[in-house]
Write a protein of this length. Sequence first.
Length: 245
Amino acid sequence: MSNHKNSPPNTIDTSSPETIAKYIKNAQKSTPVKVYIQGKLILNEVSNLKVFGGENFWILIGEYEIISEILSKNKTNICHYHLEYDRRNSAIPLINPLLLQARIEPGAIIRDNVYIGKNAVIMMGAVINVGAEIGENSMVDMNCVIGARGIVGKNVHIGAGSVIAGVLEPPSSTPVIIEDNVFIGANAVVLEGVKVGNGAVIAAGSVVTKDVPPNTVVAGMPARIIKKKDSKTEDKVKILEDLRG
C-alpha cells in the first residue's frame, strides 16, 4: 500500500524499522515556536525566520534557539511577549493534512511518512505514527493509536481508544496488518505481528495476541474465536457511507 497517489510519497523506506530509526537519529531536531512581542526590535538578517508586523508589535515564527536569542538581545526594549510551542527537539514533522483527500478532525496527530487513503476519517485525538497506512474509506475513531508501520486496509472501523501496536522498538520485520472490511470495537488492542483477516470482527476490549481468520468474530483477553460472522453481526458492524463522503 506504500506510495499511493492519494497521499504524499514516503521520503524514507518505512518497511524497515532500522531505516526509520536511523532517519530519526540523523534528522535535524526541531523546536518551532511563535512569539507575539510588544515593543521595539532590532533584527539582523536571520534565515529561517518569518517576521510579521513592525514598529511596536511583532510576530516571529521560527526555531526556539533563534527566537530566544532575539528576545535576549532586545529584552530592554520589549514590554512583554507571549511564546507558543507544541514540541521540543522533534525528529519527524507532522503530515500536511491539506494534501490529503480525507477527513481529519481537530486534535488528530499524524506524523510525516504516513499514508492516508481517500475518504478515510481520522477522528479527534487519534495518533498515527510514522510508516502507518490507513486505507480508503476507513475510520480511525477518537483517541486511537496506530503504531509505527501499522497497516490498516480499506473500509475498516477502528473503535475509540483502540491500539494497533507499532513495530519500531523493539524492531520487528512483521507489522500489524488489518485487512479490508474489519470492524474493531472500542478499547481493543492488537499486538505486534498480528494479522486480522478480511471481514473479521474484534469485540470491544479484546486483546488480540494471534492471527484472526477472515470473517470470524473474536473476543476476550486473550481474544479467541467465538463464532463465524453471520448476517446479524453484519448488521451490527456495517459502516455508514455518509460519514465518509
